[in-house]
Design a protein around this ligand. Structure first.
Ligand code: B9F
Length: 121
């Protein structure tokens, strides 16, 4: 790989799978996300994903997943790099927003973390 192409299948450090399809000319894309972790007692199902990327050798990326099995939403921002073996590595920071019943609970609504994605082989 000489250039990062975000289209296709990815897996992150947690074992979550992401498939990016239908990349359009303006950089918008859509896909599906299957998280490996949830910490809630409902069955995990594939959730829809949408985002943008700025095409270049090592492109910037931003996307959001609306969880199909819980009242929450996650956004990721990051960049795809080519490592020393010319393999694509997507380094991201995420914010997970979970729904709160009242304004007083707003302070605890957001979790933050990092996810590293590599191509699923
Ligand atoms: O676990 C999340 C959740 C929201 C409300 C109950 C459960 C939904 C799945 C989030 C998956 C995160 C990680 N997976 C991944 O690939 S998104 C960022 C990480 N990257 C538990 C209780 C309230 C909030 C979290 Fe919930």
């Amino acid at each position: 790989t000489q250039q990062c192409n975000i289209q296709g299948q990815w897996r992150n450090n947690l074992g979550s799978n992401m498939t990016i399809q239908s990349v359009s000319d303006n950089g918008a894309f859509a896909g599906v996300y299957l998280t490996a972790v949830s910490s809630v007692n409902t069955k995990i199902v594939e959730s829809p994903l949408t985002g943008f990327w700025k095409k270049s050798k090592q492109p910037m990326i931003g996307f959001a997943v609306k969880w199909a099995f819980s009242d929450s939403l996650t956004v990721w921002a990051g960049q795809c790099f080519l490592n020393e073996n010319n393999e694509e590595v997507l380094h991201t920071t995420w914010l997970l927003r979970s729904k709160q019943k009242a304004l007083q609970d707003n302070w605890k609504a957001t979790r933050i973390g990092v996810d590293t994605f590599t191509r699923l082989k």
